[in-house]
Write a protein that binds this ligand. Structure first.
Ligand code: HEC
Ligand code: CU
Length: 486
């Protein structure tokens, strides 16, 4: 007894002197795991249903300030990133786990940074405890006490929006310990998870309307904020760059596989849509304690939140995954691809008749309609003129379609079986079907020059498009492809 007391006292004293609380926190008694983060759209390996009790999960992120290229015209942006990627890496834990995050701000950086986790409780989501100047690091722990997909973002005093629209956001996914469930409580499982981080970017232009290139992050600040205040982004992109998730970066799946699509936008509303597919189960607000919605066509992600959609692919092909503000998708960049392998299911969709000339019946119907229109409004000169113009226009369309279809039916067939794989998406710089800018310079060189390439191959273009077509059919396919841009 006598010997025990001083020993205990010594232990307490040592603990106090080291700044360690005498009473351990709940989390201190738990097992710890360290997770290596990977860049989106990939998500690090994780259990969907927890097989152990709560843990402390350690993550570390290093902040990288760097100039990046954000479109295929070479436009640059002075970016700020968590771990070098836009969005930052997705972290996955289970409800009841503790997230222990170390944030490293290398001395080579110019700005202070921190991290505000929307999943965390208190101290500005942790931003107050993680504020690090260049040359510093900090570690913070919080309990993941509710499930869902949550945004995390940088929030340094006085420049929060600038850091967020310069790249500093990502997602934390807190899974229910039992995994995902449908409203009846049946387990929902995914084969793959992908993170799509959407960013609205604001790049200043010079007097000639050309995007400006800045030498340093600090140089870009004032003018960038001016553009930000217009609330009109110059680019809306997935994962940091126009086209980041197309071509080489396309997300992959197989028919029959279930994919979890995690979509985050830390600053602005968006509305993801999978063209030709659906959201089988969608947690639009991203919080798994709420029942998911079924069979959605488009879902809404509020600025400052993340959502999750589960979909089992049923048909092969290239699916565009877009922000269904289509101007933002096709003009500003918010589009990616899922490339899905597998067998086509005719029962779900089948082409009954390929595009061809308008039938005699329909042509007669159009003709009659035009004549009737002309007769009904003889007094109104303008309308009559218009009707007269419509009638021949309909005929022209019919003949144009007829000549296109009748001259290249074999070519179209070959295209759809052998050439479509590369030329519909434009992978590896294959001129994309219907893309005038890509085809016109080739057309200008003449069909013989194009046939030469089609026969012998060039770069990623295999000889005869890797088909066994004869010269005439190959030529018909080339003519068909040319026809789509004329
Ligand atoms: C594996 C992918 C792939 C397939 C399959 C493919 N192409 Fe291509 N194709 C390309 C690429 C890549 C280029 C661009 C080559 C370059 O200029 O480097 C190209 C270029 C072309 C061109 C332009 C030639 C020029 O003048 O430069 C034609 C015409 C063409 N392909 C026809 C076809 C036809 C017809 C088929 C099907 C029978 C086909 N391709 C199948 C990848 C493909
Ligand atoms: Cu920051």
């Amino acid at each position: 007894m006598k010997a025990f007391r001083p020993t205990l006292l010594a232990a307490v004293m040592t603990a106090l002197m080291a700044g360690v609380p005498a009473l351990a926190d709940t989390a201190d008694k738990l097992d710890r795991v360290k997770v290596d983060l990977i860049a989106p759209p990939m998500v690090h390996k994780h259990e969907q249903k927890a097989t152990t009790g709560p843990k402390v999960v350690e993550f570390s992120m290093t902040i990288e300030e760097k100039k990046i290229v954000i479109d295929d015209k070479g436009t640059t942006m002075q970016a700020m990133t968590f771990n070098g990627s836009m969005p930052g890496p997705t972290m996955v834990v289970h409800e009841g786990d503790y997230v222990e995050i170390t944030l490293v701000n290398p001395a080579s950086n110019a700005m202070p940074h921190n991290v505000d986790f929307h999943a965390a409780t208190g101290a500005l989501g942790g931003a107050k405890l993680t504020n690090v100047n260049p040359g510093e690091q900090a570690t913070m722990r919080f309990k993941a006490d509710r499930s869902g997909v949550f945004v995390y973002h940088c929030a340094p005093e006085g420049m929060v929006p600038w850091h967020v629209v310069s790249g500093m956001s990502g997602t934390l996914m807190v899974l229910p310990r039992e995994g995902l469930k449908d409203p009846e409580g049946k387990p929902l499982h995914y084969d793959k998870a992908y993170t799509i981080g959407e960013f609205d970017l604001y790049i200043p232009k010079d007097e000639n309307g050309k995007y400006k290139d800045y030498k340093t992050l600090a140089d870009s600040y004032a003018e960038t904020v001016e553009v930000m205040r217009t609330l009109t982004p110059t680019h809306v992109v997935f994962n940091g760059k126009v086209g980041a998730l197309t071509g080489e970066g396309a997300m992959k799946a197989k028919v029959g596989e279930t994919v979890l699509m995690i979509h985050s936008q830390a600053n602005r509303d968006t509305r993801p849509h999978l063209i030709g597919g659906h959201g089988d189960w969608v947690w639009e607000t991203g919080k798994f304690a709420n029942e998911p919605e079924k069979n959605l066509e488009t879902w809404f992600i509020r600025g400052g939140s993340a959502g999750a959609a589960l979909y089992t692919f049923k048909q092969p092909g290239v699916y565009a995954y877009v922000n269904h503000n289509l101007i933002e998708a096709f003009e500003l960049g918010a589009a990616g691809h899922f490339v899905v392998e597998g067998k086509w299911n005719d029962d779900l969709m089948k082409q009954i008749k390929a595009p061809g000339p308008i039938s005699k019946e329909n042509a007669a119907m159009l003709d009659a309609k035009a004549k009737k229109q002309a007769a009904a409004t003889p007094a109104k000169a303008g309308a009559a003129k218009q009707a007269a113009a419509t009638a021949p226009a309909a005929k022209t369309v019919a003949t144009a379609a007829a000549s296109k279809a009748t001259s290249h039916p074999a070519g179209e067939k070959l295209y759809k079986s052998a050439c479509v794989a590369c030329h519909s998406t434009g992978v590896a710089n294959a001129p994309k079907l219907g893309d005038k800018a890509a085809w016109n310079p080739l057309i200008a060189k003449g069909i013989d020059s194009m046939m030469e390439v089609a026969l012998k191959g060039k770069g990623a273009m295999p000889p005869r498009g890797a088909s066994s077509a004869d010269d005439a059919t190959l030529r018909a396919a080339v003519e068909y492809m040319i026809g789509t841009v004329q």
